[in-house]
Write a protein that binds this ligand. Sequence first.
Ligand code: GLY
Length: 528
Amino acid sequence: MTSKEIRQSFLDFFASKNHKIVPSAPMVIKDDPTLMFTNAGMNQFKNIILGNDPIKYSRIADSQKCLRVSGKHNDLEEVGHDTYHHTMFEMLGNWSFGDYFKKEALAWAWEFLTEVLKLDKDRLYVSVFEGNPAENVPFDQEAFDIWKQYVSEDRIILGNKKDNFWEMGDQGPCGPCSEIHIDLRTDAERAKVSGRDLVNADHPQVVEIWNNVFMEFNRKADGSLEKLPAQHVDTGMGFERLCMAMQNVTSNYDTDVFTPLIAKVEEITGLKYTNNQQPTTSNQEKINIAIRVIVDHVRAVAFAIADGQLPSNTGAGYVIRRILRRAIRYGFTFLNTKEPFINKLVEVLANQMGEFFPEIKSQQQLVTNVIREEEASFLRTLEQGLQLLDKVVAETSGKEVSGEKVFELYDTFGFPKDLTALILKEKGYTFNEDDFEAELQKQKARSRAASEVATGDWHILVDGNVEKFVGYDQTENEVKITRYRKIDSKKDGILYQIVLDATPFYPEGGGQVGDKGHLYTHEGVVEI
Ligand code: GLY
């Protein structure tokens, strides 16, 4: 099956079980102070689960774009170095809001995997929560008993809080979960070591594919657990991993989710990607890692931009900029790409995913332009920064580089500190985080001082709300100042704000650019 067919079969299966199929929510979250990005399919349903929003459909299924690069769920370090973690990935999910619970959820998960997709039962393992007396959450006997109807007991693994109690973040909905893992190793390898021993052991071919969370609690800010008003099911299946299992390959990057992107990188760079089955050298492995990083990161960055998050210097925008700069540097160092090229992958992505996620098609041009600009701007300083870093390393005695130098790379050359840390790690070095932080705080204090302003009182010249907008009929008119105030700014000196009684100038707002023009006075002309 192609990846498109696999996604569709999941949605069709749950539609046949009376689930409403809904589109993915945006990957960028604007209205939840506890999260920057969607990190799980359930984020968009958080308020339903908490009982704050009404239940419109009690059964839902979808494929949700997720990003795990910050906070509780952060896979960034693994990406590219292994073959099954991603920054952005799709999570296939089915939900029950106060409707069915463990019996149906586990039965349907098993039915879909073994009867619809016909995955080999002999390669599947399941896990259930062993319980946590400290938090008064018991062993999940119910899930254990349900699984016994489908698999032999030696395939049921008891998992601890880390593996089998799923939480959205430090706060929010959570509950015990039951995972399904698949063993994709060869028969010879499986005969030697049981897959059971490799579950949750970071083996690249024995991986979790589906998590069934039984939402029963809300983790409160003080860390305590509170019972939810109703019980819900929240499941998440890693789409790219499922494609790996279905397409008989042993790396997510060998599925048709990634191969068209990899082919494009090969075409641009003239280099070859060697998959898991081919022999490799250490130099080829560096090329492979760089290609995996780039084809992974371009998806995260492109979809974030399509969802309205432009790269920037703060918050979520900086996370996106950091991911892109990481990809640019991998290309520069290991693929010898000295010109912008990542933007050229957006077309491939849009053709591949635009049918299911129309936003990547409709925003294709914007996404391409933004990535190209970002690449061009970082490439202008990257080489010089790398040279400085080499010099710093050469002058460092011991294995810890000074935090001030890492700050200089950040401030002058635009190197995110985690990128510098990554490059240093490749050379066997670390840097002094405390000194970096101290420099950052000093810089913040300097810019705060520079932007200090003292705002004077308004002086009222004409009383009442007399101001009118006349710009629908006129583009010039005679005006009076109705009020003004003085601003004393350390950065810009003395300024005045004035209010006019009748202005033809339309202000910036609602996506419109403000009008420009001039204000003529007896003493001179003011540009607006
Ligand atoms: N909410 C289920 C998961 O992310 O695994």
